[in-house]
Design a protein around this ligand. Structure first.
Ligand code: PHE
Length: 342
């Protein structure tokens, strides 16, 4: 058999096997079988020794051409196999976008959080800074520095959760007045939102845990008119135009004079309705001029500085604002209720 025929035979055999390769492994095996050290074409090259010197160059050229053709064919097949594998992988990894999915439930902010954030926006817009303090508080700050002496009825074990003789769960955010005055120099303008605790029975308008936002301003020449202006601005910011405040005389040991503050009923705009029990007003906060005795106890010269303070009940505001009839709804964590505030 001549060289050309041998080459043609190898070529044919190689083509047949090439079509049968279905992965890189079998393709590599084929390469070794034909072009490897012990491969068919290599064997043919070795057999050239039996040819006469005149025949050798032509035979060598033929074999080399065939080697190149085979190399090209193998390379082409490799590309095809790669492409097939890629298509196969894509098919396997395809995501069926029409398949129905279950959406994760999206949470919502609690009405108290909503009201709190809105009030923070309002007061920081007026130059107040937000401060926070401990919920487990020393009697000293919660009562003593707030001018509530040992025998005051507000300290009654009925109202206050005592941790021990000197430590309480804060009954209001007012201890932050003392903490702020003791660590800062006037002018002071802070608000302090947070949780407070009282040993109250749970009912539609009471809870042993609720929220307040304290406000404190200390500067030269601060008057009750500044308190009024600040709270009027707050009323309009939170409830809208036409909502104003009404001050009623009251008493707190830490303010003098003290006031209970009502807002125009937002439900009827002051005309009188069920929400405000016909009065046109809703009571939402207490306030007053910081008692000079408190200023002095907290290291502020009351002959130079004066100030006002207020404490707003956040649950009250939220209930009024969103028409929530029962305070307990806000602590039960029922998503059907909470989901309404999205
Ligand atoms: N701390 C008072 C309360 O809990 C509210 C208040 C704060 C009153 C600041 C006057 C000044 O009822």
């Amino acid at each position: 058999m001549g060289m050309k025929e041998r080459i043609a035979e190898i070529h044919e055999a190689m083509l047949r096997e090439l079509a049968g390769t279905d992965e890189m492994k079998s393709l590599e095996a084929l390469r070794v079988k034909v072009l490897g050290k012990k491969g068919d074409l290599t064997a043919l090259l070795r057999s050239m020794g039996q040819l006469s010197p005149e025949e050798r160059p032509a035979a060598g050229a033929l074999i080399n051409e065939e080697r190149e053709r085979i190399t090209a064919l193998l390379e082409e097949r490799a590309q095809t196999l790669k492409e097939m594998a890629r298509k196969e992988a894509l098919k396997r990894e395809t995501i069926d976008v029409t398949e129905p999915v279950t959406m994760p439930a999206i949470g919502s902010e609690h009405p108290v959080t909503l009201v709190m954030n809105e009030m923070i926006d309002c007061f920081t817009g007026m130059g107040f800074e937000v401060v926070e303090g401990p919920e487990v508080e020393l009697d000293h700050y919660n009562f003593e520095l707030m001018n509530i002496p040992k025998n005051h009825p507000a300290r009654d074990a009925q109202d206050t959760f005592y941790v021990d003789d000197n430590i309480v769960l804060r009954t209001h955010t007012s201890p932050m007045q003392a903490r702020t005055m003791l660590t800062r120099k006037p002018p002071i303008r802070v608000i302090c939102p947070g949780r407070v605790f009282r040993a109250d029975e749970v009912d539609a308008t009471h809870s042993p845990v609720f929220h307040q936002m304290e406000g404190l301003v200390i500067d030269k020449d601060v008057t009750m008119a500044d308190l009024r202006g600040t709270l009027n601005a707050f009323a309009e910011y939170v409830y809208g135009k036409g909502i104003t405040t009404r001050f009623r005389p009251s008493f707190f040991p830490f303010t003098e004079p003290s006031t209970e503050v009502d807002l125009t009923c937002a439900a009827c705009h002051g005309k009188g309705c069920r929400v405000c029990k016909g009065t046109g007003w809703i009571e939402v906060l207490g306030g007053g001029m910081v008692n000079p005795k408190v200023l002095e106890m907290c290291g502020i010269d009351s002959s130079v500085y004066s100030g006002f303070a207020f404490g707003i009940g956040l649950e009250r505001i939220a209930m009024q604002r969103y028409g929530i009839p029962d305070m307990r709804l806000m602590y039960e964590g029922d998503v059907r209720f909470l989901g309404q505030f999205r």
